[in-house]
Ligand binder design. Structure first.
Ligand code: MOS
Length: 693
């Protein structure tokens, strides 16, 4: 089925938050700090006020004092003189045009007292976080030291991944329309209800006084999963000037005040007997957070469950830096963690002189190695088989530099992909009426369309559960007046909201059938049904994850070190696939981002000032079409009876996992150069290339 919103999108009729019209609109622009820590000693807005059209300039000196300045998160809402990171909002200009507001924001002048910021991760500063995604930050099964001692072959290396920033097509944008003590907020968000609640609490308003609307979000990837400072600031501005305010972050402002993927340093140790049996696995990850909040990139999580071994140890540590708080970025933990773990597996395969795929099959986990629970379903073996056959893995020559095409060195690499199956409680409502003599369903829940196809798959799920053609079903989302749905994060919208839509539609169908049986017509007796759907005891009985296999070919120029990726073949077992076309698109997008992560992406932080040096899309490189060769994505369909009522596992994030390792392993196979520090840029391959045959 094609996207139900496809026509709206290609004709430009789909309205994103910044496009929501309001009469008498004003424009807000944030002025940002230019130091990484300390205090504002003086703020001068006189020159800024001289710009024509300026309506108001809010700073810590005149901003309204908030009843609850920090609702869960520590935001920068002009409440004091404290500066915690470079790029922190220190003033907000509201003017009649975007141009006037921008010019005035540039003229806001602050002086500071600040000290030398800490901007480099040091192990001596590391500490254990209180938790890792609801689990303990450390895990230990067996005795890793004894397991390593027993091994015939050991590898131990440190892998690092850089600061990265989300760059969805749509930057963060908010329009706030005030009406006395009520607010209507149009926001680019992954979490309508969470956004509504944060704004209401921040201003001490009852939640029903805030209506949060988000019909389309132009990509989120974690950046729009929680509320950043600009959202309450836009609401504050609208309350002060008592007219609609539009606040859109510039591309440059997407680097700094709104999170990004933290830098990681990961030490992986593996031990194996001669036949490749893993005697021990240890994965220690250190990542940065801000001075004022703990955010953890849980990079060692997949290592607890991916391979069988009697001895497995994982650790997560944090280091505080004088930067903005980092955040969730597509497959947080698993994207960075699979790079380290799956690179280490490849290094072990080299040390054992064993095929990397055979090594993984040798240590295949038939049940969850951490909890001991059975898998709800797992078809990783089939994924390996399907993808390796399509790829032609058997033609690979293990010795680096063996495969050549003139001056180009060819390499094959592979890795495992994985992501957990999450689910949270959701509520949906269905209104059944008769239209033109036929039943018609309107289904609603306050979930989000972040580009993934929520409108479409929810229409399909509802139609199937109601036993109606899709033409007789309309699905609506994105309004906090609708029943609540969870954040569109953790790849769980289909599992959570999809289950609620399924359950409420099944119940509506049951009630409709009963009504028809008793001789009552739908025309005279329309039906309204609402219900909750939540995970149950099954989550304590089964281990629930998606798995996949990624095979990549690289071509490396012998003289220049330039890396090209002619093809990537991958296969995934991710439960029931609701819409083959959309699912394929999701996974292709994930793999493309994996290529970017492997070869291009890096936010360069000035380690003296905490400023981002490449804060635009000219210098922060992401793949373009010319960087992407053939992508072959397939699914091994699973009939999972345990995950949730509709048998889906979630596909938003697994696509990026494993890709960076598959490419790093392919680069090694091509050149004999092992790059343990992302991104794998040509200088690293070229400089290290000395000594290759
Ligand atoms: Mo995703 S990084 O959980 O939005």
């Amino acid at each position: 089925m094609d996207r139900v919103d496809g026509r709206l999108k290609v004709t430009g009729a789909a309205k994103y938050s910044a496009e929501m019209p309001a009469a008498n609109m004003s424009y807000a622009v944030i002025a940002q700090s230019t130091v990484a820590n300390g205090r504002i000693t003086k703020i001068d807005t006189r020159n800024a006020h001289a710009v024509p059209g300026v309506i108001e300039i809010l700073t810590h000196e005149n901003a309204p004092k908030l009843p609850v300045p920090n609702v869960g998160r520590v935001l920068s809402l002009l409440q004091d003189t404290l500066v915690r990171y470079n790029g922190q909002p220190i003033a907000l200009v509201i003017a009649d045009t975007l141009e006037h507001a921008t010019e005035a924001a540039n003229r806001v002048k602050a002086t500071y007292s600040s000290t030398k910021p800490v901007l480099e991760m040091k192990a001596s500063d590391a500490y254990a976080p209180s938790q890792a995604r609801g689990s303990k930050p450390d895990s230990l099964k067996g005795n890793v030291i004894a397991g390593l001692a027993k091994a015939d072959v050991r590898v131990e290396h440190t892998y690092s991944t850089p600061f990265e920033n989300h760059n969805p097509m749509e930057p963060h944008s908010t329009v706030v329309v005030p009406d006395g003590d009520k607010l209507t907020v149009y926001d680019a968000t992954q979490y309508v209800i969470g956004d509504r609640d944060t704004i209401a609490k921040t201003f001490g308003l009852p939640p029903e006084n805030v209506r949060l609307v988000s019909y389309f979000t132009g990509g989120g990837f974690g950046s729009k999963g929680s509320v950043w400072s600009h959202v309450p600031l836009a609401a504050m501005a609208a309350r002060v000037v008592q007219r609609p305010v539009k606040l859109v972050l510039s591309r440059r402002q997407m680097f700094g005040p709104v999170g990004g993927r933290p830098e990681t340093e990961q030490k992986v140790a593996l031990g194996a007997t001669r036949d490749g049996t893993l005697t021990a696995i240890r994965h220690e990850s250190m990542s940065h957070t801000s001075r004022f909040e703990d955010f953890l990139e849980p990079a060692a999580m997949q290592t607890r469950i991916l391979y069988e071994s009697p001895n497995i140890e994982t650790k997560h540590r944090l280091v505080k830096l004088d930067v903005g708080t980092p955040t969730y970025q597509r497959a947080p933990g698993h994207a960075t963690g699979t790079y380290a773990l799956e690179s280490a597996l490849d290094e072990l395969a080299v040390a054992l002189d064993m095929d990397p795929l055979a090594l993984r099959l040798k240590n295949y986990a038939e049940k969850d190695p951490d909890s001991g629970h059975p898998w709800s379903s797992k078809s990783l073996r089939e994924c390996y088989r399907v993808a390796s056959e399509k790829f032609g893995w058997s033609k690979r020559i293990a010795k680096p530099g063996s495969m050549r095409d003139g001056n180009v060195m060819i390499g094959y690499g592979m890795a495992t992909a994985t992501y957990p199956t999450n689910r949270q409680k959701a509520t949906a409502i269905v209104y059944l009426t008769e239209q033109s003599g036929k039943p018609h369903a309107l289904v609603q829940t306050a979930t989000q369309e972040i580009g993934t196809g929520t409108y479409t798959v929810m229409t399909q799920v509802a139609a199937a559960a109601l036993g109606l053609p899709v033409e007789q079903v309309r699905f609506e989302l994105g309004d906090s007046r609708m029943p609540p749905s969870p954040v569109s994060g953790g790849s769980m919208t289909a599992a959570s909201t999809g289950s609620a839509v399924n359950d409420v539609c099944k119940e509506a169908r049951r009630q409709l059938d009963a009504q028809v049986a008793s001789g009552k017509s739908l025309a005279a007796n329309p039906l309204t049904v609402t219900l909750d759907s939540a995970p149950g005891a099954e989550r304590q009985q089964y281990s629930m994850h998606s798995f996949g296999a990624v095979f990549a070919e690289v071509r490396v120029d012998r003289d220049l070190g330039e890396i090209r990726v002619p093809r990537i073949v991958s296969a995934y077992g991710a439960g029931r696939i609701l819409n083959a076309k959309l699912a394929h698109s999701q996974l292709v997008g994930g793999v493309v981002w994996g290529v970017g992560m492997a070869l291009e992406e890096e936010t360069i932080v000035d380690r003296r000032t905490g400023r981002y040096l490449n804060a635009d899309l000219a210098e922060y490189h992401v793949p373009v079409n010319a960087d992407i060769g053939q992508l072959d994505v397939s699914f091994v369909e699973e009939d999972d009876k345990f995950v949730n009522p509709i048998g889906v596992k979630g596909i938003g994030e697994i696509g990026i996992t494993g890709v960076a390792a598959a490419l790093a392993n392919a680069v090694y196979n091509a050149t004999g150069v092992r790059v343990r520090d992302l991104p794998i840029t040509l200088d690293k391959v070229f400089v290290a290339k000395k000594g290759i045959a």
